[in-house]
Design a protein around this ligand. Structure first.
Ligand SMILES: C[S@@+](CC[C@H](N)C(=O)[O-])C[C@H]1O[C@@H](n2cnc3c(N)ncnc32)[C@H](O)[C@@H]1O
Length: 197
């Protein structure tokens, strides 16, 4: 389900500050963030996590993407409102579909996806497009980089997709139905990868 309707968007954005505060606290304890990191976020919503992460870690580059131009506009307005010194220069806000990310191979040290991977398919309980989304994330993540995500749907098949491709699950934490995972990409490609979803 690509773009959310106005009601869903409202409820997601109204709770974003509380969720991203918690997500950042979890990231602090769970993720090794390299100095001058290059980061991508897919399905960034109103950009609240991006803003908090940049304040905390000062990455070299943080590209926050969402398929919905209204979310990117909301993120832009929110960042401008909350940053007295103007938007951070490391932040790029871009409209982009996780099913076809407009970035080169092995570009990012870290990819974040908070409650957005399941949106890749036409309906939430449908797994069919999730492998394509994961394939795009994998392509843009550098070897030894980390995918950091939270999901409440397709939890087990997403983990299996990753481990089948040589990812090491460094953290798998549960809070209610939401699973929070840090998955490290192999430093070298695994010998043989079964391409079936
Ligand atoms: C549940 S919201 C989560 C937003 C944000 N990550 C948060 O936690 O507040 C899912 C987001 O994914 C975006 N989205 C849906 N389909 C997408 C796609 N194919 N590519 C990129 N973003 C997508 C939606 O527009 C929405 O902003």
């Amino acid at each position: 389900m690509p773009e959310m309707n106005a009601i869903s968007r409202f409820f997601v954005n109204v709770s974003a500050a509380r969720r991203s505060r918690r997500s950042l606290a979890w990231v602090r304890g769970a993720v090794r963030v390299p100095p001058a990191a290059t980061c991508l976020e897919v399905g960034c919503g109103n950009g609240d996590f991006a803003r908090r992460f940049i304040e905390a870690y000062r990455p070299a580059r943080y590209v926050a993407t969402d398929i919905d131009p209204l979310q990117i506009a909301a993120a832009d307005a929110s960042v401008r409102r909350r940053s007295a010194a103007g938007p951070p220069t490391s932040l790029e806000l871009r409209t982009a579909d996780v099913l076809g990310l407009p970035f080169g191979d092995a570009t990012f040290d870290l990819v974040f996806a908070f409650l957005s991977i399941h949106h890749a398919s036409p309906t939430h309980h449908d797994f069919s497009r999730v492998p394509q989304a994961l394939g795009e994330i994998d392509r843009t993540l550098r070897p030894d980089g980390r995918l950091v995500y939270q999901e409440f749907l397709h939890r087990e098949p997403i983990r299996r997709w990753l481990t089948d491709r040589g990812y090491a699950l460094e953290r798998v934490d549960r809070r209610w139905r939401i699973e929070a995972v840090v998955a490290r990409k192999a430093a070298r490609p695994p010998a043989a990868v079964d391409a079936t979803p």
